[in-house]
Write a protein that binds this ligand. Structure first.
Ligand code: ADP
Ligand code: ASP
Ligand code: MG
Length: 401
């Protein structure tokens, strides 16, 4: 029998009724001749609620204990879904990440999956059970429960599909992958398919419809991924290997992220040792910088800007104090109301002129950007957050997204 891994996200299992609907859908699929491995997320906003509870106890909760707490969310859904299936007359078994053999690094709250001892899952499939696995969690070499980072159930599902050498279907609260998040641009068009590379860029730039590491694994192990609405009644989007000739559109997707801040260090004495020192310290402090720009030297001084996650703000403030002691003439500005807008498209590898069209959109609509970076298939700009809505609409219209 063919195996398929299915994953249901938080909104798809948000209530008892929704869990029962998922069970009915699984039964139909089982009856059509499939062996099912089902990965579930915590019900609705359970993970957020658990985090809030932890924060009420401690400003800085122990990450090990946080993982213990957060993992209970998906455990609850998996057991309820297995009960629903059994109640409907079908054999099922709920497994925690540990019971499913999911081994991770010991990095609490953001662990990566190292391997899956898949024989346990295969054994239950052989017994003709529907195997329900709590997503987003695993176990480290010390026997401690770990979690995979927000949105990590996608990663659990794709990793299982890679190990079982089967397709992965991700059911969520939108009809598939759109050129732009349909919640911020309702006119967005649904894509029939998108390449791993494009989806990887979009996910890492903030399109949370699928978690970045899930796409990475999908690409590495060539797992066909399908994303669709949880009813299963509307055709969704396939993520697969594509080449430029199959991809007629030059721009496939647009993302906007408010997660970063921009730091500008003015008046840096222009010598490579100084600049190297700044970026070395950022690296040592584990501050993940993204866009970097530097002005041309004027009278021996330059201004340097970079973006970094807002969650690193405290570390950046510490670093600024340290730099001011070492380089007395610098002046530092931290801007938090910036948005990173990116366009992604495989077609950019072969077709030129995307940057020119974007510059024209910005010029025609009086949108000022602060930084630009490009990769082979993406262009990103930082703009003021006040211009975000306008930029999204105008760029989406220009590229018919
Ligand atoms: P789940 O709980 O099922 O994992 P998520 O909330 O993590 O669901 O992801 C689905 C959400 O992703 C959608 O509600 C949508 O707002 C958002 N999203 C962001 N970018 C896109 C996009 N390009 N296409 C579709 N959905 C997107
Ligand atoms: N429940 C976890 C979260 O909310 C994992 C997931 O849903 O994928 O991030
Ligand atoms: Mg998700």
């Amino acid at each position: 029998m063919s195996i398929v891994v299915q994953k249901y996200g938080g909104t798809s299992v948000a209530s008892i009724d929704k869990i029962k609907s998922v069970a009915k859908k699984l039964i139909k699929r089982k009856e059509s001749g499939y062996d099912l491995v089902v990965v579930v997320s915590a019900m609705g906003k359970t993970t957020d609620t658990l985090i809030e509870m932890a924060k009420k106890i401690s400003d800085n909760p122990s990450k090990r204990e946080l993982d213990m707490l957060l993992s209970t969310g998906e455990q609850m859904t998996s057991s309820l879904l297995a009960m629903a299936l059994k109640d409907m007359g079908y054999d099922a078994i709920a497994l925690t990440g540990f019971q499913a053999g999911i081994k991770t690094e010991d990095k609490h709250t953001k662990a990566s999956i190292l391997d899956i001892e898949i024989k346990k899952v295969r054994h239950h499939l052989k017994e003709d059970k529907i195997v329900i696995i709590a997503g987003f969690q695993g176990i480290d070499e010390n026997g401690d429960i770990t979690t995979l980072g927000r949105g990590g159930s996608d990663t659990t599902a794709v990793a299982l599909a890679a190990k079982l050498d089967c397709p992965c279907e991700i059911y969520t609260d939108v009809e598939g992958i759109y050129g732009v998040d349909p919640r911020i641009y309702p006119n967005a068009k649904k894509l029939d398919y998108i390449s791993y590379d494009e989806m990887l860029e979009m996910a890492s730039l903030g399109a949370k419809v699928i978690e970045t590491r899930a796409v990475e694994l999908g690409s590495k192990y060539q797992v066909p991924i399908y994303i669709a609405l949880n009813t299963g009644l509307v055709t969704g989007t396939y993520i697969k290997e594509l080449n430029e000739s199959m991809e007629k559109k030059v721009v496939t997707g647009l993302t906007a992220s408010d997660d970063d801040l921009m730091v500008t260090i003015n008046n840096v004495l222009y010598n490579t040792k100084n600049i190297c020192y700044i970026f070395n310290r950022l690296g040592e402090m584990d501050i993940n910088i993204d866009m970097i720009s530097q002005t041309a030297p004027i009278h021996g001084y330059v201004n340097i800007s970079f973006t970094a996650p807002k969650e690193s703000k405290d570390l950046i403030i510490d670093l600024v104090q340290e730099l001011k002691r070492k380089m007395r003439e610098i002046k530092v500005d931290i801007q938090e109301d910036i948005t990173k807008i990116s366009v992604v498209g495989l077609g950019m590898r072969t077709q030129s002129g995307v940057a020119a069209r974007l510059f024209k959109v910005f010029a025609d609509n009086d949108i000022h950007f602060k930084q630009v970076t490009t990769s082979e298939i993406r262009i990103s700009y930082t703009i003021n957050t006040t211009d975000k809505e306008k930029a999204i609409v105008k760029i989406a219209e220009e590229f018919n997204m």
